[in-house]
Design a binder for this molecule. Structure first.
Ligand code: SAM
Length: 295
């Protein structure tokens, strides 16, 4: 591979450069400067990245680094870094290493004592999360679901008790199957389907899995998709024990409070017990109030 002459470099550095997930205006000034300054750009798809570099009149040499050649290319790139070359790693879109190649090179560089510098920028996962309208305080990134139906169901089953917002990547031809699987495991949980983020046909559909299925079944889904799914309520919040949720039941009558828990799937006997405990009332009094309220 062709690289710039070495004389200017004091140390080898691996730069991890985020690139746009659609809109080229989302590239950062720092990423552009580094792409210009490095000796070599290691790209998932050189033709794709060549277009980005051409757009910004950057002539840095490119080499490919992808899933199928990473075993061979990782030591080659590490050798160049060891010779004090500066290399920028980019993927086709977003953050390298996030459902994209990068991890092996980063691990190799760390092991070899080579400096690794991250250049933040776009990533579809966080972009989808913040526009979803779902809680952003705690979330989990799940990447792509397994392609095979049974394994996909199993993967979602393992997330059945997850209380954090969940972010998934999905290919357009599997979006409907993924939504159907989400519906079967999570029921009518709130979710957002973020399509073609930052691009001309950007669309964010917010609703339930069933509603999203109806919407995206109208025509075969096109473009790039992220699915963001609300976490489930944990045991404590279901039972009204989370401080932030207390006002919710404090506004209810005793009968309504029991009905509220029953509507959430808790057996009446358990709901009476729980309400009695939470309100410091005798169980019998709560039971009578529940009967009076028609629970
Ligand atoms: N490294 C990338 C990142 O940081 O976002 C992700 C690469 S992964 C191979 C590609 C997946 O990201 C797509 O299949 C899609 O799920 C999601 N994605 C990428 N660009 C997107 C966009 N503009 N809108 C919605 N989802 C997108």
């Amino acid at each position: 591979m062709h690289v710039k002459p070495v004389e200017m470099n004091m140390h080898g550095v691996l730069y991890l450069c985020a690139t746009p997930i659609g809109n080229l205006e989302d590239v950062t000034l720092r990423v552009l400067r580094i792409l210009k300054e490095v000796d070599l750009v290691a790209a998932e798809d050189t033709r794709h990245t060549r277009k980005l570099l051409n757009h910004f009149s950057i002539a840095t040499p490119l080499t490919s680094y992808h899933e199928h050649n990473k075993t061979r290319k990782t030591p080659e790139l590490l050798a160049l870094l060891g010779e004090r070359r500066k290399i920028a790693l980019v993927s086709d879109a977003g953050m390298p290493g996030i459902s994209d190649p990068g991890l092996e090179l980063v691990q190799g560089a760390i092991e070899a004592g080579i400096q690794v510098v991250p250049l933040p920028g776009p990533s579809a996962a966080l972009t989808a999360l913040v526009v979803s309208g779902l809680p952003t305080d705690r979330f989990t990134f799940e990447g792509f679901l397994p392609r095979e139906k049974r394994r996909r169901q199993e993967a979602l089953q393992r997330l059945a008790g997850e209380t954090r917002t969940m972010i998934f990547y999905e290919a357009p031809h599997r979006v409907l199957a993924a939504l159907a699987a989400l519906q079967s495991i999570f029921g009518e949980r709130r979710l957002a389907v973020a399509r073609e983020l930052t691009k001309q046909y950007e669309e964010v559909f917010r609703g339930t899995a069933g509603e999203a299925l109806a919407h995206f079944s109208q025509a075969s889904p096109r473009g790039e998709f992220c699915l963001v799914v609300a976490g489930g309520e944990d045991q404590d919040s279901r039972q009204g024990r989370v401080p932030g949720r207390r006002e919710e039941w404090e506004q209810l009558t005793v009968g309504e409070h029991v009905a509220h828990l029953v509507a959430k799937g808790i057996a009446r006997k358990e709901a009476v017990k729980e309400v009695a405990k939470l309100r410091g009332l005798p169980k019998n009094q709560v039971y009578q109030a529940a009967i009076k309220g028609g629970v």
